[in-house]
Ligand binder design. Structure first.
Ligand SMILES: C[S@@+](CC[C@H](N)C(=O)[O-])C[C@H]1O[C@@H](n2cnc3c(N)ncnc32)[C@H](O)[C@@H]1O
Length: 314
């Protein structure tokens, strides 16, 4: 969906409006852009994130039938894949962007899951007190201006003992490195693909690159925070949540993954093919395993790219 110049100018001055405009704009192409799927690859990815922050032995036996709400669901990547892995009997996908909610509900129905959708601001949730068993989210906290309001709402809607799990949030240091690598990749790739020998097969058409620059300008507005894991935990604690803990993920995997994603979006659609996709995912998986099994034991957690947080309503 294209956006008008007037919408674009208004959105650049207001992070919440920017989130609506940008994510409505992206909704129909979002799964393709981020290689999101609802098969075993992404089911395993979502469940591994969840299990990394809440180890299986601490999950309890009642997760399977629980009422789960996702905040900032986008197209449903996290909740729909968690449900397929056995978490949640019924799910409610919520998002500020109505375009995203429509796609998430459609994805859920296509998978045969018990899923409904609501357009909702994570700072003001449309649920009565103590009515939800589990709140989840992936890559949403860094878009929400008032995190105190969000955690107060999460605490309010969860039943006593109910849990929240948020994954995929950028750390301050991880984000600095990822953005620097991505900028360098974009700069190099958009120049190399203009070389006469490569331009026909590899270069993205100029109008697509211009559209990408507009997207990047709004992306800079929708990304409100990066996190220090301890400071993030303190926000949840001061809003009444208990048993709060954080873990981080992806060090070398993010140094590889961000440039790869940037490279993919800088070249002509279809130029890379299936062999590239296999190589990229296979290498990312190996690096992720190296990060979990080796670097997580020796590198301070603030250097990893993703922070995940969990806690419980008292
Ligand atoms: C980076 S996307 C992540 C989507 C999805 N969770 C995923 O991991 O693929 C962030 C989502 O959060 C939504 N969002 C941003 N601000 C929000 C807010 N205040 N309340 C609810 N959703 C919000 C956006 O519309 C967008 O769909």
């Amino acid at each position: 969906m294209a956006i008008s110049q007037a919408q674009f100018d208004l959105a650049k001055a207001d992070p919440k409006l920017a989130n609506i405009v940008y994510h409505d704009w992206e909704a129909e192409s979002y799964d393709d852009k981020w290689s999101i799927s609802y098969d075993q690859r992404c089911v395993d990815y979502a469940r591994n994130c969840f299990d990394h922050v809440v180890p299986r032995e601490s999950q309890g036996s009642d997760l399977a039938g629980s009422r789960v709400v996702e905040l900032g669901s986008g197209t449903g990547f996290f909740l729909l894949n968690l449900m397929q892995s056995g978490i949640g009997g019924s799910g409610i996908v919520t998002d500020l962007s109505s375009g995203m909610v429509s796609v998430a509900v459609r994805n859920g129905k296509n998978l045969g899951l018990d899923v409904t959708g609501l357009v909702a601001d994570a700072e003001l949730l449309p649920f009565v007190d103590s009515s939800v068993d589990l709140v989840v989210g992936h890559a949403v906290l860094h878009h929400v201006p008032d995190l105190d309001a969000l955690f107060a709402e999460v605490n309010r809607v969860l039943r006593p003992g109910g849990r929240f799990v948020f994954c995929g949030e950028p750390t301050q240091k991880g984000d600095l490195v990822a953005r620097a690598l991505s900028r360098l990749t974009w700069w190099t790739s958009t120049r190399v693909t203009q070389l006469p020998l490569l331009v026909d097969k590899w270069a993205r058409p100029a109008h697509e690159l211009a559209e990408s620059s507009r997207e990047a300008a709004l992306e800079a507005v929708v990304d409100v925070h990066t996190f220090d894991p301890n400071q993030l935990a303190r926000v949840a604690l001061r809003n009444g949540c208990v048993d709060v803990s954080t873990v981080t993920q992806e060090l070398t995997a993010s140094w590889f993954g961000w440039p790869v994603r940037t490279f993919e979006s800088s070249v002509k659609a279809g130029a890379l093919g299936f062999g590239w996709a296999n190589f990229a995912f296979g290498t990312w998986k190996k690096l992720d395993s190296l990060d979990r099994n080796v670097f997580s034991k020796i590198v301070p957690d603030r250097y990893f790219y993703n922070v995940c947080i969990t806690g419980v309503a008292p």
